[in-house]
Design a protein around this ligand. Structure first.
Ligand code: GLN
Length: 498
């Protein structure tokens, strides 16, 4: 059962073929069996999960009407708060903190009867592309345990690829849902900014952060999308409009007559040969399914990475000021007579990791008087130009596409000491966040040179998220009929669970 999709699990629950308690226990057993090797989870909430599962089973037995994902287990990225459950954001500074409230995403999951198995590993405060920046050690890619699972949400994507959970929640500030999905052969969606509430999502860069659904199939991500999305008065940036009909789009997978714009600037020499090969093949399959492939240009994407690494650190330097040793988690040096300032300094010195400190320093510098206009101000102008590029391109097409990342999963340690090389992973994903539009990564096969998964990125205009689901579902269906089995069944290591 753990190899099935969430939709199949849901059908088995409705027909009485299994119970949520049994399904949850099967996933907890799988976690005990393999997570010592994968390290997808920072915390497994065995008791809470089984209690929630029992509640759903009881409600079903009483004949209550339940949502489509009721009783299905899920892995939650450790950057979203869940009442009473440890939340660390992959940082030592939050060690021991148990939040006193639920994030809106968690409230929506609980209301839908989704069973939360536990919290997944991540780069500290979501800063990174490999999950190596976690203070609790790296997560390993189930395709090859010596490789990274992507980041920052590598725990969530690895949990899916290792069949430890059929559903997961990620967050995406510059690519942290889509890049891990690409390198683990799973599906990940960054909804339109404002489509999913940020209330209770520990802020990294508030104008870019967005939570979204992760799963092994396009339909499963759509089902989860509709559970977590919707207007929330507690988030001032939440969009007050109906949720796009993503489940219907994923079910129909109809791309006939759709115009798919290939972004000229995101498909060049910097991309691994096998990544480009899979991308071209996916385009052909979409054309065969009735879509029209056109080329579009976005000249300002070239500056997206540089602008992102000014805007995101600037916002982070302000957001992370709340970790002051007084309100949350860790407190170091609190001896008699120690000043508040020295306790704060010592706590931050010990509690924050290198990358987080680097970002705080960068951001503080970019915002300082005398440099503000030159750095932060210019970056904001670039952001507007990128949005204009998207708007212009969307006049010629319904969705835009590119490879999700330039390469397949690299080795753990390979880029750990080279921040720029690490940042370059997000070259194709960052523009989406800058413009606040929707982005999805769908598996497009494995690269012939290394046998590792490649992701296909689909981008759709603001609040037109259903379009990327139509294209994602069409590609998924075409590839499935070509391969005869889902991609993950080809995974040589833990993904290929017997
Ligand atoms: N890798 C990017 C960064 O380090 C994006 C992270 C994210 O989306 N949270 O900032």
């Amino acid at each position: 059962m753990i190899k099935n999709s969430a939709a199949e699990m849901s059908a088995a629950l409705s027909s009485g073929a299994t119970t949520s308690v049994a399904l949850t226990q099967a996933h907890l057993d799988r976690i005990s069996e393999v997570d010592g090797k994968v390290h997808a989870f920072l915390y497994v909430d065995t008791q809470g999960a089984l209690e929630q599962a029992k509640k759903v089973d009881d409600a079903r037995a009483r004949g209550e009407k339940l949502g489509p994902l009721a009783g299905v287990p899920l892995a939650l990225k450790d950057v979203l708060v869940q009442k009473g459950v440890p939340t660390t954001c992959g940082s030592k500074i939050l060690e021991g903190w148990r939040p006193p409230y639920d994030s809106t995403v968690v409230t929506n999951l609980k209301n839908a009867g989704v069973v939360i198995l536990g919290k997944t590993n991540m780069d500290e405060f979501a800063m990174g592309s490999s999950t190596e920046n976690s203070a609790y050690g790296p997560t390993h890619n189930p395709w090859d345990l010596t490789r990274i699972p992507g980041g920052s949400g590598g725990g969530s994507s690895a949990a899916l690829a290792a069949f430890e959970a059929p559903l997961a929640i990620g967050t995406d500030t510059g690519g942290s849902i889509r890049q891990p999905a690409a390198v683990t052969g799973t599906v990940g969606v960054k909804p339109t900014y404002g489509g999913v509430s940020r209330y209770g999502l520990v802020a990294f860069s508030s104008s870019l952060d967005q939570a979204g659904p992760c799963a092994r199939t396009v339909l499963d991500t759509a089902l989860l999308h509709e559970v977590i999305a919707g207007h929330d008065p507690r988030d001032s940036t939440s969009i007050n409009a109906p949720v796009p009909q993503v489940v219907a789009a994923a079910k129909s997978g109809d791309v006939k007559g759709m115009k798919i714009g290939v972004v000229k600037e995101l498909n060049g020499d910097g991309y691994q040969a096998g990544v480009r090969q899979r991308f071209e093949e996916s385009l052909e399959l979409l054309a065969q399914a009735g879509a029209e492939i056109v080329e579009v240009s976005a000249p300002n994407f070239e500056y997206a990475l540089a602008a992102y690494y000014l805007i995101a650190p600037s916002e982070c330097s302000s957001n992370l000021a709340r970790f002051d040793a007084m309100r949350y988690g860790l407190r170091v040096g609190d001896t008699d007579g120690a000043s508040a300032e020295s306790v704060m300094n010592m706590t931050r010195e010990v509690g924050f990791g290198r990358e987080v400190k680097r970002r705080i320093l960068l951001g503080t510098y970019a915002l300082s008087s005398g440099y503000y206009d030159a750095y932060y101000g210019s970056a904001q102008k670039v952001r507007t130009l990128i949005t204009q590029d998207f708007n212009k391109a969307f006049e010629k097409c319904d969705v835009m596409v590119s490879p999700t990342c330039p390469t397949t999963a690299f080795k753990i340690g390979e880029k750990a000491n080279d921040p720029l090389a690490m940042y370059l992973n997000d070259i194709a994903t960052i523009p989406v966040n800058m413009a606040g539009i929707g982005g999805m990564s769908v598996p497009s096969g494995v690269a012939p040179e290394d046998g590792l998964p490649v992701g296909f990125q689909i981008m759709s205009p603001v609040m037109q998220d259903q379009r990327m689901y139509s294209v994602g579902a069409a590609l998924e269906a075409a590839l499935l009929s070509k391969w005869g089995a889902p991609l993950l069944s080809q995974a040589p290591a833990l993904g290929g669970v017997a």
